[in-house]
Design a protein around this ligand. Structure first.
Ligand code: GLP
Length: 235
């Protein structure tokens, strides 16, 4: 595991975007695993800049997002579908047919999870997975648990996560309580992992996850067992 400390969010974002750009230049048909939340916004801005200045081409790239809120229509502004369109996809040249997010409005969520997992395999697996980290150590929406979930699945969000997401919704009852998420096993199969965390509020969980024991109560700690992880953090 490689860990790098940054004093500037912008510099951290640029470093991460350069890693993603290097991946795409080395393998133009890379399969990227993408994340939402506030942490990756700087990276997406950098990637858009590289595309606009003609330095990066996404025409052969395939993307799989980590997760989506249950019952959320893709047109809803709070959905991760909407977030990705707004903050990245509509501003680069990745073909719409290469973009994947779990369909959390699917009539049969369990079938959707299996089919999502299969699509990742059929695409050849994820070359580079981008991750943020929740204050309780969750990655994707794999919350603290008694085990590490293997594959894409439906999950209940933990109370701290529901509270953290409250700021994005008009009222408490609009905050989603369930999501579809890649499993820990899905994430661990990615060939390379890049995790970003910025801010004093993430300091303690980063310390626990990467210097503490590997336990499902701190889901991100499992990344200590992955052979190619880069953690970028700072405050
Ligand atoms: C959500 C997402 C995670 C993300 C986390 C942290 O729970 N499902 O993928 O890492 O938020 O978000 P932020 O970067 O806003 O702190």
């Amino acid at each position: 595991m490689r860990t790098l400390y940054f004093e500037s969010y912008d510099r951290m974002s640029k470093y991460a975007a350069d890693m993603i750009a290097a991946q795409i230049r080395q393998k133009p048909d890379s399969v990227l695993g993408l994340a939402t939340g506030s942490s990756p916004l700087g990276i997406y801005r950098e990637l858009i800049g590289l595309y606009e200045s003609g330095q990066l081409d996404f025409s052969q790239v395939t993307t799989f997002n980590l997760d989506e809120y249950c019952g959320m229509d893709y047109r809803n502004e709070q959905s991760y579908h909407y977030y990705m369109q707004e903050n990245l996809f509509s501003k680069i040249n990745v073909p719409a047919s290469n973009i994947h997010l779990p369909d959390a409005a699917a009539a049969d969520p369990d079938a959707e999870c299996l089919s999502y997992e299969r699509s990742i395999e059929q695409a050849g697996g994820i070359d580079l997975q981008l991750l943020g980290i929740g204050h309780d150590g969750h990655i994707g929406f794999n919350e603290p648990d008694s085990h590490f979930p293997a594959i894409t699945h439906r999950t209940m969000l933990a109370e701290p996560t529901i509270q953290a997401n409250r700021r994005f919704f008009a009222s408490q009852d609009q905050v989603p309580k369930e999501a579809l998420t890649m499993g820990i096993g899905t994430i661990m199969k990615a060939r390379k992992i890049l995790l970003i965390a910025f801010g004093a509020d993430k300091e303690e969980i980063v310390r626990q996850a990467f210097t503490g024991p590997v336990v499902p109560a701190v889901p991100a700690s499992v990344l200590q067992l992955h052979p190619d992880v880069t953690v970028l953090y700072g405050k």
